[in-house]
Design a binder for this molecule. Structure first.
Ligand code: ZN
Length: 343
């Protein structure tokens, strides 16, 4: 099969396009002929590497993918070749205490396609059957692949961990980024009032089109935490989505009493000083999570398939141009999800 892979960490020039052995579906696995893959910032981080990340080379990037079943391994029931599917990139053992408690994204043997295992920038991938979800007829595989990781992550953070309720106020720190754009939609669907901080008028306007109620341009409002505080009648917001991390001091100030600050990652410096006085005096909770559970995936993708949540697509590149696609993402030029077309 054709695939994008790399033999060492580095810049875009480590990416190679070429032939790679087609995987065989093992017991309980299904072989998927991928038609669409979607890029995530994680793909760039995995390529660049971080201390402790050990990959089996050559490594194939990509967490998100959708396609058609090509073959079914032994001990698989309920799936047949030709069915259209989207992949949940979270791999779990199904038997550890976390899996049994329904939090399979905390699995003792947790893995992620494109990070701990080879991913979706390829013509084929073999995955456990339980990681597949059928895509309804007529629904675009590119939209399915683009929605998967970001909406899954947004749903788990806001709904499962953040316990977001209708009528609450939500502040999203950053108007770009697939997870933040998914969070705007999940928050609006939940009946929340949404504030978005952004630095780019185009991305703020996209946030508005996704349903954001209040837009704050931080290139004009340098003290945005005070702006939010004043905009909420000095009450502060109930829930803050902060996937920057270096902005925790501002987020803590913008939070109201009992506020929950949610994070699923850090686009800024991960090491940040926090002022503990805000935490206890305002009864704040700082709540982390990563990806989502099996049940969350089914719930949130059902909402995507029914049109209640809509992934925004940016541009589509052929598989062999994955490097150009990654460069666009690295430069932050995208206005939605970038996908790869695999034929
Ligand atoms: Zn487990």
């Amino acid at each position: 099969m054709k695939a994008i892979f790399f033999h060492t960490h580095g810049d875009l020039d480590v990416l190679e396009y070429g032939d790679f052995p087609t995987p065989e579906p093992g017991s309980g696995q299904v072989l998927v002929r991928l038609k669409a893959a979607s890029l995530n910032r994680l793909d760039l981080w995995v390529r660049e590497g971080w201390p402790g990340l050990k990959l089996e080379y050559p490594h194939i990037p990509g967490a998100d993918g959708a396609g058609e079943i090509a073959a079914v391994g032994s001990e698989v029931e309920g799936w047949s070749p030709g069915e259209r599917v989207v992949i949940n990139s979270n791999l779990s053992c199904g038997v550890c205490r976390y899996c049994l408690s329904g939090f399979d994204n905390r699995c003792m043997k947790w893995g992620l396609l494109g990070e701990t295992l080879r991913g979706t920038y390829a013509e084929f991938i073999a995955v456990p059957a339980r990681n597949l979800l059928a895509v309804p007829d007529g629904f675009s595989l590119h939209h399915a692949a683009a929605a998967a990781l970001v909406f899954h992550t947004a749903w788990h953070s806001l709904i499962r961990r953040g316990d977001l309720k209708a009528g609450e106020t939500v502040l999203i720190v950053g108007a770009s980024g697939g997870v933040n754009q998914a969070c705007i939609q999940v928050a609006k669907l939940s009946g929340a009032v949404v504030y978005v901080i952004g630095s780019n008028p185009e991305k703020l306007s996209l946030a508005e089109s996704l349903g954001a109620d209040f837009l704050i341009d931080r290139s004009k409002e340098h003290d945005w935490s005070r702006t939010v505080y004043l905009m909420t009648g000095k009450r502060g917001v109930d829930v803050i989505v902060d996937n920057v991390a270096s902005t925790y001091p501002e987020s803590f100030r913008a939070a109201g009493k009992g506020g929950r600050i949610l994070t699923v990652g850090n686009t800024g410096n991960p090491v940040v000083k926090i002022d503990n006085r805000y935490l206890f005096a305002k009864h704040l909770s700082l709540i982390g999570s990563s990806m989502g559970t099996h049940d969350d995936f089914h719930t949130v993708m059902g909402l995507v398939f029914s049109g209640k949540l809509n992934p925004v697509l940016d541009q589509t590149y052929p598989l062999d141009q994955a490097g150009i696609a990654q460069r666009r993402l690295a430069r932050g030029e995208q206005m939605g999800k970038i996908t790869l077309a695999i034929d």
